[in-house]
Write a protein that binds this ligand. Structure first.
Ligand SMILES: [Zn+2]
Length: 611
């Protein structure tokens, strides 16, 4: 990583545009893509007719005819996934592409139609007794997607009758999900007057968020003040949205006979309650050990009290910049030290232009990685700015892409992994690259920046994300007894932050009571308790990385096989089979925490030398 480039011009000009032509040529005007969607829509129609006439029951005739139907559903799902990815790529590379935006609505419709077919399959599955079901799964055409089918049946059994679930889904569109849309609309419409760089401008909350990690404390403080002012004006409405979403969920759960608000998140994560509890217990006990890090950081920042807006305050850094090609090569070389398979995959992704990184106007913000299962290809979206953050984003997304690559030959229904395992490969890559960067960094200020990035992550995962989880739990406890007033939501949030941050934040004016308004994660209907999977993924990846450190390249194939099984096992089974550990006990989580906390001492020493 010996960068000679110093200006942004030279470091950003080699960032490539991606190749979408080899998937469907012609962008949003592609005839081939029109044809692909037309065929997909026709085949969905055919499947819908078929679903109506398929025999009900579980006799020999039904068992025989439902096998090809399952395979058809799988094929449709893979093609839908490709179409959805391509549409997403088009809409992101040019936000003004109206044709692409129209296709997004078309995709939503196709997805809901596929969902209807899946519900039909669920009705078929729950009609079986256990023995007959196992017998049906012996069919060699479907035995490779056994996990998917078993899960579908189990989830079906836990729900209301299929016709009631369908009704609930339909009502949710204008009820449950509408509250989420209302929240997004409010957040999107909110603007603030913000003074920075000598001028006052009207900016969105998205733009305001950047200032929360500004290097100047006055600016960070002002950003939080403005954020709280903006949400204060909408807090009673946000409280309605949160209460009504929560109420809908609890009514649905009660009608399904579920006794815990955690059942849905646990199902989504393919984990048991003991696993979640063991993970949080390890995190809870780790927080006091981050105190020396926060104390050292306070000294570096020259402050006496650590506040909400200091969480992501930058320290150190040598202002080093990287060209795209240089960064790609650096990442590739680090991965090569562990796995030749990962290195050659990275070569392929770079050479075949799987990455959109050009810095140009009209692109969407953020970064993502998306798969084209029918083409066994993946694309990465980001905007290259030449800074260390961009190097990490590239490493992160290349990790996701490798995960997709490893799964490319599996049946599509065995490729779907839960969110908590989704961050394994991406975080693994980040750890590989950060460690190498730390190793290569001779400049003390750069070392300080790198160590702070690592520990800053730990602080956010252990404290900030746990506060969200604690808030969610206490909110659902109280919501079960009735509406939770706005003022009470503030109190619950303050209590959650007091507990999760372990006294590291100045109390009370260093806390952020309106966090339940300002964090959109609380309003995502598709994934309740949206926060714990990040913590799980972070710790799990650290555990996997620890194994890779200890065993070196000998573990490379084991790592590949671990990723390959993420789509067809519970999270506990993946860990047991490939790491020989029990996620329901604390040992694994404690070891992962230990590895993360090992950076505290070097940071404290480095900070002392800098002071
Ligand atoms: Zn990710």
């Amino acid at each position: 990583m010996s960068s000679t480039a110093t200006s942004n011009d030279t470091t950003t000009q080699d960032a490539p545009r991606w190749d979408l032509e080899s998937i469907f040529p012609g962008g949003s005007a592609s005839d081939q893509f029109v044809e692909f969607r037309k065929r997909l829509t026709l085949d969905l129609e055919t499947a819908e007719k078929q679903a109506e006439s398929l025999p009900r029951g579980t006799d020999a005739e039904a068992r025989a005819t439902w096998v090809p139907f399952v395979l058809l559903l799988q094929d449709l799902a893979a093609r839908l996934s490709t179409a959805n990815s391509f549409t997403g790529c088009l809409a992101s590379q040019d936000v003004h592409d109206d044709a692409a935006n129209a296709m997004t609505a078309e995709m939503d419709l196709l997805k809901s139609r596929w969902q209807g077919l899946n519900t039909a399959l669920e009705s078929f599955a729950i009609a079986f007794d256990d023995e007959a079901w196992s017998g049906w799964l012996e069919d060699e055409r479907i035995t490779g997607i056994r996990f998917f089918l078993d899960e579908l049946r189990t989830r079906g059994q836990e729900k209301m009758a299929p016709e009631l679930e369908r009704l609930a889904q339909q009502l949710a569109v204008n009820g449950y999900h509408a509250w989420e849309h209302l929240y997004y609309k409010m957040a999107g419409d909110l603007t603030v007057e913000f003074a920075a760089d000598g001028e006052s401008r009207t900016i969105s909350l998205g733009q305001l968020a950047m200032y929360l990690s500004n290097s100047q404390r006055d600016i960070r403080r002002e950003a939080l003040v403005k954020l709280e002012e903006a949400w204060e004006s909408r807090a009673s409405l946000a409280a309605m949205a949160l209460n009504n979403q929560g109420g809908f969920r609890l009514s649905l759960y009660a009608n399904r006979g579920w006794d815990s608000y955690l059942q849905e998140p646990l199902n989504l994560g393919r984990i048991g309650r003991e696993t979640l509890d063991a993970m949080w217990a390890a995190v809870r006990d780790a927080v006091p050990r981050l105190v020396p890090y926060i104390e050292a950081k306070k000294k570096l920042l020259g402050i006496d009290e650590f506040r909400w807006y200091d969480q992501t305050a930058p320290v150190g850094g040598a202002g080093r910049t990287f060209g795209f090609a240089e960064a790609g090569q650096f990442i590739r070389d680090q991965l090569a030290g562990f796995s030749s398979d990962m290195a050659s995959f990275t070569d392929k992704a770079l050479a075949e232009r799987w990455i959109e990184a050009e810095n140009r106007p009209g692109k969407a913000g953020g970064g993502f990685c998306t798969d084209f299962p029918t083409h066994k290809a993946t694309r990465i979206f980001m905007t290259w700015g030449g800074e260390y953050d961009h190097l990490m984003t590239l490493a992160h997304e290349l990790g996701h892409a490798y995960h997709g690559w490893v799964l490319r030959d599996a049946p599509f229904f065995s490729q779907g992994y839960p969110m908590n395992l989704a961050e394994t490969a991406s975080t693994f890559n980040e750890l590989c690259v950060t460690d190498a960067a730390l190793h290569a960094a001779s400049d003390p200020s750069e070392r300080l920046m790198l160590l702070d990035q690592k520990l800053g992550n730990a602080y956010v995962f252990f404290c900030n994300l746990r506060a969200r989880f604690l808030f969610d739990c206490s909110f659902y406890e109280e919501r079960a007894r009735g509406m939770v007033p706005r003022a009470r939501l503030d109190e619950l949030m303050l209590a959650a932050q007091r507990e999760a941050f372990g006294g590291t934040l100045q109390d009370p004016d260093g806390l952020h009571p309106l966090f339940w308004c300002s964090k959109l994660h609380f309003y995502i209907t598709g994934y309740p308790f949206y926060n714990w999977p990040y913590v799980f993924g972070y710790l799990f990846a650290n555990g996997v990385y620890d194994r890779a450190q200890k065993e070196g390249p000998a573990f490379a194939d084991g790592y590949r096989r671990l990723l390959a099984d993420t789509g067809s096992m519970t999270s506990e089974e993946v860990a047991q089979k490939h790491l020989g550990v029990d996620l329901a006990s604390r040992d694994f989580w404690d070891a992962a925490v230990e590895r993360i906390l090992a950076d505290v001492e070097p940071f404290v020493n480095q900070a002392r030398d800098a002071g």
